[in-house]
Each structure stands twice: as structure tokens, then as C-alpha cells.
Write a protein that binds this ligand. Structure first.
Ligand code: SAM
Length: 276
């Protein structure tokens, strides 16, 4: 097991929990299965626990790291990889991922993500998903379970529905706290997100879909009729073939899209008649 160099104190504010379990690192690399033709992007390389094995297999790796103390360590550690390794001292939340593309290759994004920003970061990445081939992330287990949850499950909600709108979502395996130094207080898991090249259930307006999903889950225990009252009536839901007495967690993605498209059409018709 490799240990963190004594000169680097793990920083809580950057969500630093460094992987140090060599067996687990190998398992993660196997599930990513990097290939010499891949252009990889690693978010938060830290001290390079995953980076080294990724660099050995991939064609190119760009890393994005916010903690300015780490890039000098990584540059000297991975000097021998030359141009194959680039590091950007930036905030991944504001990073323009499309700017990394240099050829027709889509990006393969990986990272043991800082848990405090992971869901926001994933929403940021989903908005760039047309330049991404796949994403492998270590996240808090509870977040992975929410992203992978289907209708009828307790933890099914906005995060899972929007992730599944853009991507095929697979929970791969769980990772115990002892695999990290320092050990986090929560269990972790690895997730694979594969953005669809053609969306299976495209909405006419994705902003409208987000608003419908957010409004539908205002109160999980209330019915769709209650929660969606600000947007449309129970009768309209019935006309759309949706039972208004259901709780939001029973609704499938195509049903949310049906509601959203109805509202998009209504809004367009209202705008048209205003302009006439
Ligand atoms: N990949 C390393 C590992 O597995 O040992 C480190 C993982 S640690 C959980 C998260 C890493 O993300 C840290 O190196 C941290 O400094 C970095 N980080 C935190 N916030 C970030 C941000 N907004 N943008 C880029 N990197 C960030």
C-alpha cells in the first residue's frame, strides 16, 4: 500500500481522501479499461494514485486539479511521460471540457471526486456530455444509489432522472472507507456514466423538463396532482395518460418528458397568440 508523502497534509476543504489500497486501485483501473487510443481527463488527481496506472495505458491524460500544492508534485512524478500528461491548475466546476478536444476522439473522464461538489460537478459535466465518451467516478455510495435508482425506489428523484436522461447509468462496485487515507466517514462506490449519442427520450426543452422534475418532487410524499398544481391540473395529467394520484417517485422518465413536452407546446402556443 502506498502512503501519502508526509509533506502533504490532506485538505478537508478540497475533499481530499487519497486512495491507498493498491488492490482497489487496480480494480478501478480494470473497470475503466484505458486504451492507447484514449484521451483521458482526470478530475482531482491528488497525489496521482490513479493517474500513474492510467498514464501507463492511455494515449493522453489531462488532469484538472484545484489544490495548487499538488501540480508541482505531479509534474515531477510524471515527468517521464512528456506531452502525454498535462495538468490544468483550475476548478473543474468552471472548466470548459470541450476545450480539451484536439481531434475526433471523445473524452473519457475519470475521477475520485471531492464529495462536497460531486453532484454539482456531474450536472456541469452532463451539460458537456456531447464531447464525452464515458465517465467513471468514485462518489459517496448514497449518491451513486440515487443516480442509479429507478421508478418506485425510495431514492429515485431529480438526480437519477436527469442523469438517466443524458446517460446510461451503471453502479459498478462499492469501496470501503479503509481504502482511503484519511478514511471518509461514508461508504463510496464507483459509477459508470455513458452519455447517449442519441437520447432515448428527448424532451423538446430540457430546461422545462428540469423544472417539471424539480416541481414534481417538491414534497416526495404528496401526489403529482398536489406538487404539479403550479404547472398543470390533475385533469390535464389524466388527459396525458398519467394518474394524478401517484407519488412522483412512481413516474418514469418518458412520462416526465410527456408532461414537459405538453407544457413546452402550451407555452409556445401562448407566445404565438400573444404576438398575433
Ligand atoms: N485522485 C486522488 C486519489 O484518488 O487519491 C485524489 C482524490 S480526492 C477525493 C479529490 C481531489 O480533487 C483532490 O486532489 C482535490 O484537491 C481535488 N479537487 C477538489 N475540488 C476540486 C475542483 N473544484 N476542481 C478540481 N479538483 C478538485
Amino acid at each position: 500500500m502506498s502512503k501519502r508523502p508526509p509533506m502533504h497534509q490532506a485538505r478537508k476543504r478540497f475533499g481530499q481522501n487519497f486512495l491507498h489500497d493498491a488492490g482497489m486501485i487496480r480494480r478501478i483501473i480494470r473497470s475503466i479499461a484505458p486504451h492507447p487510443s484514449d484521451h483521458l481527463v482526470e478530475i482531482g488527481p491528488g497525489l496521482g494514485a490513479l493517474t500513474e496506472e492510467l498514464l501507463d495505458e492511455a494515449g493522453a491524460l489531462d488532469a484538472i486539479e484545484l489544490d495548487r500544492d499538488l501540480p508541482p508534485i505531479l509534474r515531477s512524478k510524471f515527468f517521464r511521460y512528456g506531452d502525454k500528461f498535462r495538468i490544468f491548475e483550475q476548478d473543474a466546476m468552471k472548466f470548459d471540457f470541450e476545450s480539451l478536444r484536439e481531434d475526433e476522439r471523445l473524452l473519457r473522464v475519470v475521477g475520485n471526486l471531492p464529495y462536497n461538489i460531486s453532484t454539482q460537478l456531474i450536472f456541469h459535466l452532463l451539460s458537456h456530455s456531447n464531447c464525452i465518451l464515458d465517465m467513471h467516478f468514485m462518489l459517496q455510495k448514497e449518491v451513486v444509489d440515487r443516480m442509479a435508482a429507478g421508478p418506485g425506489e425510495n431514492n429515485y428523484g431529480r438526480l437519477g432522472i436527469m442523469a438517466q436522461y443524458w446517460c446510461d447509468v451503471e453502479k459498478l462496485f462499492e469501496v470501503p472507507p479503509e481504502s482511503f487515507d484519511p478514511a471518509p466517514k461514508v461508504d463510496s462506490a464507483i459509477i459508470r456514466l455513458t452519455p447517449y449519442q442519441t437520447l432515448p427520450h428527448p424532451a423538446k426543452d430540457v430546461k422545462q423538463l428540469e423544472s417539471v422534475v424539480r416541481t414534481a418532487f417538491t414534497m416526495r410524499r404528496k401526489t403529482l396532482r398536489n406538487n404539479l398544481k403550479p404547472l398543470l391540473s390533475g385533469e390535464t395529467l389524466e388527459q396525458l395518460g398519467i394518474n394524478p394520484s401517484l407519488r412522483p417517485e412512481r413516474l418514469t422518465l418518458p412520462e416526465f418528458v410527456r408532461i414537459s413536452d405538453y407544457l413546452t407546446d402550451q407555452n409556445a402556443a401562448a407566445r404565438k397568440s400573444e404576438s398575433e
